[in-house]
Design a protein around this ligand. Sequence first.
Ligand code: ZN
Length: 166
Amino acid sequence: MHQPSYCGFCGGGLEHHTIGPDICADCGRPTYADPKVAAACIITIEGALLLVKRAIEPQIGKWSFPSGYVNRGEEVEAAAIREVAEETHLDARINWLVGVYSRKGHPVVLTVYDATAIGGEMVAGEETTDIGLFPLDSLPDLAFEHDEGVLRDWRAERRRRGLVTL
Ligand SMILES: [Zn+2]
């Protein structure tokens, strides 16, 4: 992830900190590297989980939920829907928030929604090499460290809503 290396005030070198702003070694002013917000959708089609095989880093070649970064000024839900469209050419409708996932020292804040495919035709997009529909009891290795927790939360909420007994 890009972070500035030099102070925007005096051009001095920045001391990077895991949490909080980087501090200029010369003038002491802070430079804020904001967190990155990402959005993902969990979509099932006829009981199978929709996953995309990543064609770009990070975690190229691994399977993950359709997801991507939220643009500045974009609604998070709209970003989630856009990413589904870009990666799978499916139209999605957001149902409910599964959760917000972050980890100390990591720049990405991931928001995950349960969503439904309501149209379109499933075709891999540019940032995707393949699309798969996987039975929930035989999922591939997933790309990101949050993914297991995301699925656990999603399954629990579906049970709570009486949607499934899986
Ligand atoms: Zn400075």
